[in-house]
Design a protein around this ligand. Structure first.
Ligand code: PEP
Ligand code: MN
Length: 338
């Protein structure tokens, strides 16, 4: 249930309601927008009727929210959330680009990648140190050493770092290097991991499970928010369908839908979303036109030798061109790149 205050509601009227909410033993979420203040109640269904609060002065209306994801839904927080990380803002006018190799392979490889993506205008370096691979025999990442290489790339370029973690025990370790903790598609349903990142302060890039509905995706975000961490970026990275020409089917409609359903910033991953290098630009154009707040793209100095996902990675020249080619689309949407 949400209590929408009148635009001119006094702070004493708001406090009076919060006091009543606390007396009832309920939790709440306060959203002070430019025009209106909204108090979201985390009450179990139908334990309270809207009339209870309608009589309080300063209240404009009381509305039941039937969605199961309360903190994540737009009704609780009508304005878009902006996630600010050291001067890089997700959810504002400019579209944030995160780029880099699928996996950190060596110090040289990640440094070269970092300089390439920085030069082309990306603000954040991606690269997996812990790789959740489908086969136990595939390259599993350089783990702790990979994190050290990422830290060095950050020190040399000033780029922020996004990197995946696959286990709750690694939250502390990965947080020492990462500016954004990535939860991959395979772990979207890993509730222990969701709670663990919810208990820390770091922003989280939450990827959509490859078999997850949007409601399940938003419920996964709710796990993180319910622990007190509201800095979550939702990443559409493609879902499984019967189509075989692409690695996954990128659900472009998820972008405007998520923008309606939630206040959280949105990201699109055209690399995993298609599995094909030549589709990265056209799909990213669509993502920007559909209203994404950010993109995460795989870039490798030499994709042919990549230990993972080379076929869906751009090289230096292609990525530089990619950043230029997206500018007119961003401009047409009243946005800018980077
Ligand atoms: C990745 O970003 O390299 C990755 C493994 O992504 P996903 O979890 O979307 O497959
Ligand atoms: Mn990858």
């Amino acid at each position: 249930m949400i209590i929408v205050m009148k635009p001119n509601a006094k702070s004493t009227e708001i406090s009076r309601i919060l006091e009543e909410v606390e007396n009832l033993g309920l939790k709440y979420h306060l959203s002070k927008g430019k025009e209106k203040t909204i108090i979201g109640l985390l009450a179990k269904r139908s334990t309270l009727s809207p009339e209870h609060f309608e009589v309080f002065s300063g209240v404009e209306e009381v509305v039941r929210v039937s969605k199961p994801y309360k903190l994540t839904c737009r009704e609780f927080h009508p304005e878009k959330s902006i996630i600010r990380i050291d001067g890089v803002n997700f959810g504002e006018q400019s579209i944030v680009v995160m780029a880099g190799p699928c996996a950190v392979e060596s110090q040289e490889q990640i440094l070269e990648s970092a300089f390439i993506v920085k030069e082309a205008g990306a603000k954040i370096l991606r690269g997996g140190a812990f790789k959740p691979r489908t086969s136990p025999y595939s390259f599993q990442g350089l783990k702790e050493q990979g994190l050290e290489f990422l830290a060095e790339a950050k020190a040399q370029t000033g780029l922020l770092i996004v990197t995946e973690l696959i286990s709750p025990e690694h939250v502390h370790l990965v947080s020492q290097v990462a500016d954004i903790l990535q939860i991959g598609t395979r772990n979207m349903h890993n509730y222990a991991l969701l709670e663990a990142v919810g208990n820390c302060k770091k922003p989280v890039l939450l990827k959509r499970g490859m078999m997850a509905t949007l409601e399940e995706f938003l419920m996964a975000a709710e796990y993180i928010l319910s622990q007190g961490n509201s800095k979550v970026i939702l990443c559409e990275r493609g879902i499984r369908t019967f189509e075989k020409y692409t690695r996954n089917t990128l659900d472009i409609a998820a972008v405007p839908l998520l923008n309606q359903l939630t206040h959280l910033p949105i990201c699109v991953d055209p690399s995993h979303g298609t599995g094909k290098r030549e589709l990265i630009l056209p799909v990213s154009r669509a993502a920007v036109a559909a209203g994404t707040d950010s993109l995460i793209v795989e870039v490798h100095p030499n994709p042919e030798t990549a230990l993972s996902d080379g076929g869906q990675s751009l090289d230096a020249k292609e990525f530089t061109q990619f950043m230029c080619d997206l500018k007119p689309i961003a401009k047409a949407m009243n946005r800018s790149m980077g």
